[in-house]
Design a protein around this ligand. Structure first.
Ligand code: OGA
Ligand code: FE
Length: 283
């Protein structure tokens, strides 16, 4: 198996589950979603989604071969020192610096800045409005427009200089509790993702409008997951790279309903941290 490329391995040798994924139905207008309670009469989200049954392949046999430059995601071993991932102060004080260190090491970047995170737990989301349920729509967090916009919003006077050099936006996704038996994360191989299936969509916050990509279905897209992820495992997701060496600048991902989940599986608990990644030393 040593000499085989990822593509050679995928259909013949990998286990897969057939699972429904939700895609955007192509539409004429720009889709809009609200990250908060919209004004009266305004829908939380415009645009229809359609379900497609998609084979989702077990990427565990590929772990050593995956790269952010090609597939756009990798799995790492990482033991966090965080004691309580539901403590927002501990996330900022302990976990953000850990994520910055891990991503620096994994990418060789000169500078990594963690700037945002989401805790997901369906059992707790009704009680705490900072806690979200797993996402169930294929998407990418940033677009060709919102990636540099985020750098400008977060980096102040340094932004224009930083934007002249290569930069990326990378998420670090991890289970808070393992093994993940319900709503695992699936990742689209960036090499299989065509930019024509990336649909820029407004994401409204109370104080600003962001932009994400909704994804339309294409049978060429190849999806992977890491079954039963543990709390000492983390996935890096390259959402954007201004000058990628491998495949696309973008990738795509979502949580999904795994038909092989045990009926009594506890709700998935996870945390994703978003980071700005700058590659050029001295910038
Ligand atoms: C992300 C993301 C979805 C989920 O990490 O950016 O969209 O359900 N995650 O965890
Ligand atoms: Fe996302």
């Amino acid at each position: 198996m040593g000499g085989l490329a990822v593509a050679d391995l995928r259909s013949a040798d990998l286990n897969s589950v057939l699972a429904p994924l939700n895609f955007l139905v192509p539409m004429a207008e720009k889709p809009v979603a609200y990250n908060y309670e919209p004004p009266p009469g305004v829908p939380v989200r415009t645009g229809e989604s359609e379900e497609h049954q998609v084979p989702i392949r077990d990427a565990r046999p590929l772990i050593g071969r995956l790269s952010l430059d090609k597939e756009g995601f990798v799995l790492l071993h990482h033991q966090s020192a965080v004691k309580n991932f539901y403590d927002e102060d501990e996330i900022a004080a302990v976990y953000y610096p850990e994520c910055e260190r891990v991503i620096k090491e994994a990418t060789g970047a000169a500078r990594v800045i963690a700037f945002d995170h989401i805790v997901r737990n369906a059992a707790m989301s009704a009680k705490a409005n900072t806690i979200k349920i797993p996402a169930k729509r294929v998407h990418n967090d940033y677009t060709a427009w919102s990636s540099p916009m985020r750098v400008r919003q977060l980096m102040g006077d340094e932004a224009e200089k930083l934007l002249k050099h290569r930069y990326a936006i990378i998420n670090l996704w991890r289970p808070i509790r393992g093994p993940v038996l319900e709503s695992p994360l699936t990742l689209c191989d960036a090499q299989s993702l065509s930019e024509k299936n990336l649909i820029a969509s407004d994401l409204k916050y109370p104080d600003r409008t962001g932009e994400t990509y909704s994804i339309t279905y294409n049978p060429d897209q190849r999806y992977y997951y890491f079954p039963k992820m543990q709390a000492d495992e983390a996935v890096l997701i390259r959402c954007f790279d201004s000058a990628p060496e491998g495949a696309a600048r973008f990738s795509a991902h979502t949580g999904f309903d795994d038909p092989t989940s045990p009926p009594d599986a506890p709700p998935r608990e996870s945390l994703e941290v978003r980071t700005l990644v700058f590659f050029t030393p001295g910038t």
